[in-house]
Design a binder for this molecule. Structure first.
Ligand SMILES: *[C@@H]1O[C@H](CO)[C@@H](O)[C@H](O)[C@H]1NC(C)=O
Length: 645
């Protein structure tokens, strides 16, 4: 059983804090997220509908059954401020509970202890009394409802309405309507952080969370395709100044690459590197490439806010669940089979991802429980090192059941090269050379078009072109808006359509909706506003990212085999072999190749012993190589002990 080192350690230090200098305090805070954070999040089982009773019942079970295995944070996911009444859903407007300062507060019908302005104080107290830490999900900027109500802004330093230049500032002054959250466009929008009032508003939110006793914030709609480095940097600064250490998590991370993450990893403690993960094989398989890229870029456990930061592969949707975008609580079983679930647990652990269980703990079956508390897997997740993809594997597929094995392919890390490629629009950093390739040309006197470099376009395929569109905006508000976006463009599919090119994907509805680049009715939306630079880049005004055409395989790379390697605290070597094929596959590794992946370990290949975790099979002394038949979508996890030379 895993003894929980970090929290008892922090509790002990917590007692000391009263008597130590601020210098020592920051040394203690530097322990922040020293291991990949672990806990439970309400989203996969309740979507947004969870109540106080359901949350506290869950927390109590977690404290007894999962906390001894390191699951420490219990996190309420989004829309805790939305009234659960007919008409309310994930992107509805007008159902949120806000206070006099325009800040969202828990829905008192679902969270009765919040009545009387107490927010989450009572919930946090109960969570702390169970020995756990309390987390909440928060959105970008300010709620549309606060802007519509034009609430005053709290000056957190004075406890009064924010005044500057002889006037009181309100929500309409700071909300940027055309920068509405792309996946919840009716719910939230960015605030203008160039204004003192905008900064005061965000500060008033996070100070309140600290007063409530929050230990963890999951900040949504600021990363990936919704990138807002300005807001992340500011929130990070505010959190650093608070007396209460709050772990800072970003979500989601649709189309994140290490280059983008490098701009924020030092400001946070964990950040999603994928869109939402649900219980389908395609979702599991889509995590292999991205986790490999982040470990290869040395981003795992690197410097973060007051401690470390961790690339996050998303919650574990195992056990008893709900559906994405649903108004319903838990009501169905996980769709992954046991092999696929083991693959997910093993990859998440080998990649040292935060582990946030998503299933309903009140209905936690033994199989799921054993899976998420497997001691070897949890040991790997917390304490292994040198974690990386290992490419020296060979495989032979068997396409008939039984012992007859036919060799289809073998070689180094076999992948199926036959999947067709297509081009999709993606977003990348404007400094990325991949963003270069747009050029403007005049079609006739009135119409100009912007096209992506033609050489990428295959034969018989027209180049991808967009048309500059005249904006016909007239009202006063529109004039302000036009000034702000002067020189920037609306782009449409044809020279006369009312549909504008839109950068944003839809999200939270289902994880499949990663359609980057689409056309939607032209409107005031920073996602539809583009700026052409003479170096051939096309920057989007919402995220500041630039448009690029990526060639992608039509299918997620879900073919072939993968392997990961890591070393343990006592010199063990962990080797995970994953079968992404839709046939049972024999996967083999030579012990001598482990040496190549782990230079400096001085392995003596003649004397390795090992066992496989999921089958429990003891392999005894291993003669030069390991070979194992792995089920479709399944994995084998070896723990090897090798003598050193
Ligand atoms: C292109 O120009 C823009 C605007 O000057 C700049 O921000 C960006 O870094 C440049 N990109 C490249 C790849 O040179």
């Amino acid at each position: 059983m895993q003894v929980l080192v970090p929290s008892s350690f922090c509790f002990f230090l917590g007692l000391l804090i009263l008597r130590v200098s601020s210098e020592a305090l920051s040394a203690i805070k530097a322990e922040h997220a020293s291991l990949p954070p672990r806990g439970w999040n309400s989203y996969d089982s309740f979507d947004w509908t969870i109540s106080e009773q359901e949350f506290l019942d869950s927390a109590e079970i977690i404290s007894k059954r999962l906390y001894p295995h390191g699951y420490e944070y219990v996190v309420v996911d989004y829309l805790w401020y939305r009234r659960k009444v007919p008409g309310a859903y994930t992107d509805s407007l007008g159902f949120d509970v806000i206070d006099e300062w325009g800040r969202v507060i828990p829905d008192p019908d679902r969270w009765p202890s919040s009545k009387g302005g107490k927010g989450f104080t009572e919930v946090a107290k109960k969570v702390h009394s169970l020995g756990l830490k309390f987390g909440i999900h928060v959105m970008r900027g300010i709620s549309t409802q606060a802007v519509n109500a034009n609430t005053p802004i709290l000056d957190p330093a004075k406890g009064l309405a924010y005044e500057e230049s002889g006037r009181k500032w309100t929500a309409k002054d700071i909300g940027i309507k055309e920068r509405a959250c792309a996946w919840m466009s009716h719910g939230f929008m960015s605030v203008n952080l160039k204004l003192g009032a905008g900064r005061a508003f965000l500060r008033s939110l996070y100070q309140q969370y600290a007063e409530w006793g929050v230990d963890f914030v999951k900040h949504d709609c600021v990363f990936g395709d919704d990138l807002d480095v300005g807001e992340i940097s500011f929130v990070s600064e505010v959190l650093k100044e608070l007396d209460r250490p709050i772990l800072y998590s970003l979500s989601p991370g649709t189309s994140v690459k290490p280059a983008m993450a490098k701009d924020v990893s030092g400001l946070v403690n964990m950040y999603r590197i994928t869109g939402d993960d649900w219980d389908s094989w395609g979702d599991v398989a889509s995590h292999f490439d991205i986790s490999r890229d982040f470990s290869a870029a040395n981003m795992v456990g690197t410097k973060g806010l007051l401690g470390k930061s961790w690339p996050d592969l998303d919650m574990l949707p195992l056990g008893w669940l709900t559906d994405p975008g649903s108004n319903e609580g838990p009501h169905r079983k996980c769709n992954l089979n046991l092999d696929e679930q083991r693959t997910q647990m093993t990859l998440w652990s080998m990649a040292k991802s935060p582990l946030m269980f998503g299933g309903d703990v009140r209905k936690l079956d033994e199989t799921t429980y054993n899976l998420i508390t497997n001691p070897t897997v949890l040991e790997i997740n917390f304490f292994s090192s040198n974690n990386k993809e290992f490419t020296y594997v060979t495989s032979t597929k068997s396409f008939k059941k039984g012992d007859q094995v036919s060799t289809l392919q073998s070689g180094r890390c076999v992948t199926d090269g036959t999947t067709p490629e297509t081009h999709v629009l993606g977003l990348t950093s404007c400094a990325d050379v991949k963003a270069i390739g747009w050029s403007i040309s005049a079609l006739d006197q009135d119409v100009e078009q912007i096209c992506w470099r033609e050489k990428l376009n295959k034969k018989h395929q027209a180049p991808f072109c967009l048309y500059k569109r005249e904006s016909r905006l007239a009202s006063d508000e529109d004039i302000v808006y036009q000034q702000q976006y002067q020189g920037k463009l609306h782009l449409s599919a044809t020279d006369r359509s009312g549909f504008c090119f839109h950068a944003s994907p839809k999200r939270k509805i289902t994880s499949k909706d990663f359609k980057r680049g689409s056309f939607s009715p032209c409107r005031r939306d920073a996602n539809q506003i583009w700026e052409y630079s003479h170096n051939g880049t096309l920057a989007n005004s919402y995220s500041g990212l630039c448009a690029t055409m990526n060639s992608v395989k039509a299918k997620v790379s879900s073919s072939g085999v993968r392997s990961w390697i890591a070393t343990g605290r006592k010199g063990e070597i962990y080797v995970a072999l994953f079968n992404l094929n839709s046939e049972k596959t024999v996967i083999s590794v030579k012990i001598s190749d482990l040496k190549n992946a782990l230079p400096g370990q001085n392995l003596n290949e003649a004397t390795c012993k090992g066992h496989e975790v999921w089958s429990g099979k003891d392999f005894g002394m291993i003669d030069k190589s390991i070979s194992i038949a792995v089920e479709t979508h399944g994995c084998a996890l070896f723990v090897l002990k090798c003598a050193t030379d």
